[in-house]
Structures are given as C-alpha cells and as structure tokens.
Write a protein that binds this ligand. Structure first.
Ligand SMILES: Nc1ncnc2c1ncn2[C@@H]1O[C@H](COP(=O)(O)OP(=O)(O)OP(=O)(O)O)[C@@H](O)[C@H]1O
Ligand SMILES: [Mg+2]
Length: 269
C-alpha cells in the first residue's frame, strides 16, 4: 500500500483511561490503514473498545500512545470533514429536526452558499431519511428511531470526507434498518465517502463492508482479524440471502465472535 492509499492511518495506538479506580487499558497496539472510499466496519463484543476507536478517529479522544492520521495530517481534534453519528444520537433538544440538521449544514457550507442552498440541503437530507413530515418536531416529540435518522441525516448533509458511525441503526426496527442500510450504500456509492462504522450486527457488517475489522475482547483489546469482503457492488440483500460466498463471510465473522472471542461474561460463567 503506498502513501496515497492510506487515507486514514492508525499506528501503534494505545488507549489508557485514567479513572478514580485507577488506569484502565482499553486499546492495545491498534494498527489500521483505511483507503479513500473504503467502507470499514468495526465489530466485537460489548465493551471491547469500538466506540473508543471511533472517537479516536473522530478526534474526540487523544491516544495515550501512537499516531492517527487523516489525509497525511495528524488527527488533532474534531473536524466537519470527519462527521460522526453517535451511538445515542445527540440532538439539541431545543431545536427542531430541521434546525438540528441546518446547524450542521450551516457549519460546513455557510461560508460559501446562500441561505436558499443551505435550506435545500437540509430539506434533501430530511427527505432522504423519510422525515420531511417531522421537520418542525423537537427530539422529545419523536421516537428513538426517528431521532437516530435525524442524526444520520445531519451527518450525511455535511458531506464529510469521512463518515464515522457508531451503531447508527442499532435502535431501529428491522425494516427501517434495512431501508437505511440500502440508502447508505447508494449515498456512499455516489459520494465516494470513506466510512468507518461500528456495528454488532453480522449481516449488516457483511452487506455493507469492504473489510470487517474484528476486535478481541478487552482489556487491552486489539484487532484480532480483518476480513476482506469480496462481494461485487451494488449489493442486493435479497439475492445475497441465497449466496454461498455471502454465507461464507457470515460464518467467518460468527466463528470469530462466538468461538475465538466468546463473550467475556460467558467465559466467566
Ligand atoms: N471515558 C472513559 N473512562 C474510563 N473508561 C472508559 C471510558 N470510555 C470507555 N471506557 C472503557 O473502555 C472500554 C471500551 O469502551 P467502549 O465504549 O469503547 O466499548 P464498545 O466496544 O463501544 O462497547 P459497546 O458495544 O457496548 O458500545 C470499556 O471497558 C469502557 O468501560
Ligand atoms: Mg460503543
């Protein structure tokens, strides 16, 4: 891999949290290079450090050791070119759905575009996630799944170079989830965004990813295996349900999660 291919480059990262109860070594020796336009999922058991790794890439955490680069520059803090969809949405409760998205759009495009263009972007993002009818509602007036969709719309509307998503579909019902996965695939195909997404869902990981990064259990969690998913794009979920290659990838991830890295709670039992 030449320098050009390493859009995100993570080298020798360690993450130690200092708490009242002492130091906690969350991540150990994380090394990962992500190419421009690549779709990466992070999978692993609860508490292994997926959100921590995503927050390091977002620039919301600083590593205890090691270096993270994006486009050859050190990731020194959060930036709109790396927008995040958080695990627990994180909408401003006093703003409407429309205003929550507009705020992000204005931050990125406000300097260069007219109000009309900013409104157009906001409306398009709302329509994309099917929330046009809810645009004047506030977060406490909509369901958890709808809140999550507003968070996704906000991140997508900012057209980030890197889209970081922490279990963005975790709180959604299966049909909405499938719909948004398909929409995400279309958007990413169109924009060429680089995506790093955390998921618990094996099927989601195989359907979406170019590579699946499988993490070992903590403490001192690290990357256990990386699976290349060679399924042709565009991918179609119904056809893939019968596909032997798809089934093989799925089994490889299940093997890792339930044989090689059985959940810590089960090992103790
Ligand atoms: N700010 C913090 N201070 C102390 N410990 C932390 C902090 N953030 C995370 N941890 C610990 O680091 C480990 C990894 O946490 P993290 O949230 O990254 O896990 P995760 O893989 O995202 O889990 P989940 O799938 O449940 O979301 C956990 O043991 C957690 O308790
Ligand atoms: Mg998490």
């Amino acid at each position: 891999m030449d320098m050009h291919n390493k859009f995100i480059d993570i080298n020798g990262v360690e993450m130690v949290f200092h708490t009242k109860k002492g130091a906690f070594h969350a991540l150990h020796d994380i090394n990962l290079s992500v190419q421009k336009g690549e779709f990466i999922t992070l999978i692993g058991h609860s508490g292994c450090g997926k959100s921590t790794l995503l927050n390091l890439i977002a620039g919301l955490l600083k590593p205890s050791e090691g270096l993270l680069l994006c486009a050859n520059r050190e990731i020194a803090g959060p930036s709109p070119e790396r927008s995040v969809v958080f695990q627990n949405h994180s909408l401003l409760p006093w703003l409407t759905c429309y205003e929550n998205i507009y705020l992000g759009v204005e931050r990125v495009f406000g300097g260069a575009e007219s109000r009309i263009q900013l409104r157009e972007r906001t409306r398009a993002a709302l329509a994309l996630v099917g929330l046009t009818a809810a645009e004047t509602k506030r977060p406490n007036e909509i369901s958890g799944g709808m809140k999550q969709r507003v968070g996704i719309a906000r991140a997508l509307a900012m057209e980030p170079k890197v889209l970081l998503m922490d279990e963005p579909f975790g709180a959604l019902d299966a049909l909405t989830r499938a719909h948004l996965q398909d929409e995400l695939l279309k958007i990413v195909a169109k924009t060429g965004s680089t995506v790093v997404m955390v998921t618990h869902d094996v099927d989601e990981a195989v359907l979406l990813s170019d590579r699946i990064v499988m993490m070992t259990n903590g403490p001192a969690a690290t990357i256990g295996e990386i699976l290349d998913v060679g399924l042709a794009r565009p991918r179609e979920r119904v056809a893939l349900a019968q596909d032997a290659q798809y089934a093989g990838y799925r089994t490889a991830v299940l093997e890792f999660l339930y044989r090689k890295q059985a959940h810590p709670a089960k090992e103790a039992a």
